[in-house]
Design a protein around this ligand. Sequence first.
Ligand code: SF4
Length: 200
Amino acid sequence: MNTIFYTLGKNGYLNITNRCMMACPYCIKNKWNNKFYGHDLKLEKEPSVDEIIKSIDDVKKYEEIIFCGYGDALTRLDALKETAKILKSKGAKIRINTAGLANRYYGKNILPELENLIDAISISLNGSAAQEHNLLNKPQFGEESFDEIIKFAKEAKKYIPIVVITAVELPSLDISKVAKIAKDAGIDFRARPYLDNDEK
Ligand code: SF4
């Protein structure tokens, strides 16, 4: 059975798509065969909003409900907004984990549409320059993605209360440089562990 909703620690996670704007060679979905700590995150079909809502037992049990699976939930902007509206009305705090390329993907600024729906957004920036970022993440929009992500993070601050740039502690990446980029942009930074062991 494919997993739409899974839990980790105090948070609940929503896996609503397997589509992504990056093709990161280090993505654990490849080496973990789409599994994640006992859950199968490979979706045979993308769930409807109704299926997403029904997959969650009780939003109040979780500190945050986070759109984060083996894909970028912002590829399903309408479903994400509709889901967030329902969850918000039930008292949830909502976060999106994203590659930060949604404005480029849609060719417009989608961030105003998230205002009052989303409490926090974590934006991955695994690279400290355009060429390095392109090599490490293979984004759909090539080297222009790097500047686009930083622009997206700055713009997000106008509409979303908590904006954080994150970077994975990849062996080949000097994340202190990414932390400096975030600081210079006036955005909080958080390092994320590199999951290199087998899925268990
Ligand atoms: S952005 Fe995340 S989900 Fe997408 S390929 Fe990279 S690591 Fe995997």
